[in-house]
Ligand binder design. Structure first.
Ligand code: GDD
Ligand code: MG
Length: 336
């Protein structure tokens, strides 16, 4: 089975990390986000993945030069200009010649969903689109559905509202960013223009009655915002994920024995000097944390010099927190 994986967004909410590395290429537990995603799709029966790429395709081509990711054959569809989610799905699916039931996935979703179960639900209900759904406390930041006649989590989606105003959500069930499509959906997406699958296509198809949903309580995170990118990493340390886990410290990292490092992932080539305290943090490959620095609940790709304090901050590849400085709830370099 084919899958289209959407990886062409700008990743603005993870700036400055995404100024150098596209969001789906950022590591989750030492492995690029998109690779963990493709491995999961493969477990659910996907054999061929088309990466729907946009503005910065080179890092993907470099990471998977032989057109394979594990057992999955990878092809690339590079949009001439960003076509938004619906336009990108159409462009990628047609360029790969997809002509039968296929899977679509947002490139920043980490979940334990069994994609095979989503496909089975889609087929048993003769749906045109089946959307994976998950329940959240505050649905307004997501696509929110109304689900009717649900049995064992599966029902018909009678409404789809993308990012509704708080208080206007039809339910607490949200679009979890993995879909099964019939190829007929592609005929409903206009060619060569920006189309949002969430704002344009799903509401119309839901009104026509051909969208179904499957709600599950599997582990689920959209890793596209800083706190959840951090959580998606740290959740791999606890043994709570079904198929995914990782070592806290990459073998090629250098952590001084006199450093205190707790609930933290340290990437390849990173250096943590003596006397530091690093807690609840993702230290990305190549980062530097100098002697006696204190780092808490942060994402560090650049440099934290000696005796600096960093709390709930994001340090991009070019970011330097100078010796003895204090940075909290902010980014370095600053982002607009
Ligand atoms: N190729 C391509 N071209 N990909 C794109 C484009 C584009 O123009 N625009 C966005 N994408 C990709 C992003 O890279 C990402 O993988 C995916 O589409 C979704 O975009 P996000 O920017 O992450 O959307 P979101 O998180 O605000 O909302 C989406 O995900 C939620 C669940 O995580 C929506 O699908 C919501 O309905 C959903 O609830
Ligand atoms: Mg997202």
């Amino acid at each position: 089975m084919h899958a289209v994986v959407l990886v062409g967004g700008f990743g603005t909410r993870l700036r400055p990390l995404t100024e150098q590395i596209p969001k789906p290429m950022l590591p989750i537990g030492h492995v690029p986000m998109v690779e963990r995603l493709v491995r999961r799709l493969a477990r659910g029966g996907v054999t061929d993945v088309v990466l729907a790429l946009g503005f910065n395709p080179e890092p993907f081509l470099a990471a998977f030069p032989d057109g394979r990711c594990g057992d999955v054959a990878l092809t690339y569809a590079v949009e001439p200009e960003p076509l938004d989610t619906g336009g990108a799905i159409r462009f990628a699916a047609l360029s790969a010649g997809i002509g039968s039931t296929f899977v679509v996935a947002n490139g920043d979703v980490m979940t334990d969903l069994d994609v095979g179960a989503l496909v089975d639900s889609h087929r048993s209900r003769s749906a045109e689109v089946t959307i994976h759904l998950t329940g959240v406390d505050d649905p307004s930041a997501f696509g929110v559905v109304g689900l009717v006649d649900a049995q064992n989590g599966a029902g018909r989606v009678d409404q789809f509202v993308e990012k509704p105003d708080p208080g206007k959500e039809p339910s607490n069930l949200i679009n979890a960013g993995t879909y099964v499509f019939e190829p007929t959906v592609l005929d409903r997406i206009p060619a060569d223009v920006r189309v949002s699958i969430e704002r344009n296509t799903f509401p119309a198809l839901a009104a026509a009655g051909s969208v179904h949903g499957l709600a599950t309580d599997d582990y689920w995170i959209d890793a596209g915002v800083p706190d959840l990118y951090r959580a998606a990493n740290l959740d791999l340390l606890g043994g709570g994920r079904i198929h995914d886990s990782c070592e806290a410290v990459a073998p090629e990292a250098t952590v001084d024995p006199g450093a205190t490092v707790m609930n933290t992932i340290v990437g390849s080539g990173a250096v943590i000097e003596a006397g530091t305290t690093v807690v609840d943090t993702v230290v990305l490959p190549g980062a530097f944390i100098g002697a006696r620095a204190q780092v808490e609940a942060s994402l560090v790709m650049g440099r934290v010099e000696a005796d600096a304090t960093v709390i709930e901050a994001i340090i991009g590849a070019d970011g330097v927190v100078a010796e003895g400085d204090h940075l909290a709830f902010d980014t370095m370099p600053p982002t607009a």
